[in-house]
Ligand binder design. Structure first.
Ligand SMILES: [Zn+2]
Length: 293
């Protein structure tokens, strides 16, 4: 199985590219939740896009792309840590909109890109209104508006694969006078979903750019990995507040938390709740969370 992202450069022009293919790692996202096909398609695209963007920036921390919607689709969230691992999830309302191909599930939504440094420092978030029916167009708008980086994306996903190509103009002076960007993006735009979903990197790049000189870098592996932990769940309950948590406990008999990314269950009995609200536990959780984040 592939699960890799690969960087490439067009020699003699200031354009770089990334190509990603998530196979078994994408299937591990899908085995954890039963996503409606329309949600699954968009989630695959946003997941592929997150790994592509993450590969273009040198950043030690997490990068997430989050879509918040007004239709039946409420949330798409994909997150990468470094360039080697990702996780993703979605929320939706079960109704007819999900199966209606005439409904734009992205309509009137917003897209947020957040960079959270691994060590100390402030998270950075950029936001854009979605004026399109595609994840790729919305992200291209975001990159132009918030990052001043001219970027094109081609994304595709099905129940076995999430994949995509990114091209980006490097911020240099030379490209102003040349038609490289126009020529290369016109070539790339001929790629079909079928090609993205079935062919290997080498074949795709050869088919699209056989007359260009491309320098290809080593492949990096990308895998599904969830950063949830008992410690983080402790911290989440602590921030919810003891009173709130005790009310849930008295109604339910225990407190049951399911990770939305990996489906793992964290079950707290009354003694477990006592433990996280004891003074010593609060101190130690804060310290440990500090080092994980
Ligand atoms: Zn998890």
């Amino acid at each position: 199985m592939k699960n890799t992202v690969q960087r490439f450069l067009f020699e003699f022009s200031d354009i770089r590219g990334e190509i990603v293919s998530l196979d078994s790692s994408w299937e591990s996202v899908l085995t954890r939740r039963d996503y409606p096909p329309s949600v699954r398609k968009l989630l695959g695209e946003i997941t592929a896009a997150t790994t592509l963007l993450s590969a273009t920036i040198k950043f030690d921390g997490t990068l997430s792309i989050q879509f918040k919607g007004q239709s039946a689709l409420l949330l798409l969230l994909a997150e990468t840590t470094g360039i080697s691992s990702f996780r993703s999830t979605a929320k939706w309302r079960d109704n007819d909109e999900l199966g209606d191909s005439n409904v734009n599930l992205l309509s009137q939504g917003t897209l947020a890109v957040t960079l959270t440094p691994k060590k100390s420092g402030q998270a950075y978030q950029g936001l854009v209104d979605v004026h399109s029916d595609s994840i790729q167009k919305s992200l291209e708008d975001y990159m132009q508006q918030s990052e001043q980086l001219t970027t094109r994306l081609w994304l595709a996903s099905n129940d076995q694969k999430a994949t995509g190509i990114l091209l980006q103009k490097l911020p240099t002076e030379r490209h102003e006078a040349s038609d490289d960007w126009h020529r290369i993006t016109t070539l790339a735009a001929t790629v079909t979903n079928e090609e993205l979903l079935t062919l290997d990197f080498e074949t795709i790049l050869k088919r699209l750019f056989h007359e260009e000189t491309i320098r290809v870098f080593d492949e990096n592996s990308v895998n599904f990995s969830c950063s949830c932990s008992e410690n983080r769940t402790d911290g989440m309950l602590q921030s919810l507040g003891e009173l709130e948590v005790r009310i849930i406990l008295s109604e339910e008999g225990n407190v049951n938390i399911t990770c939305e990314f990996c489906g793992k269950n964290y079950i707290y009995s009354p003694s477990g709740i006592d433990r996280i609200f004891s003074y010593e536990s609060r101190e130690s959780t804060q310290e440990t969370n500090g080092s994980i984040n």
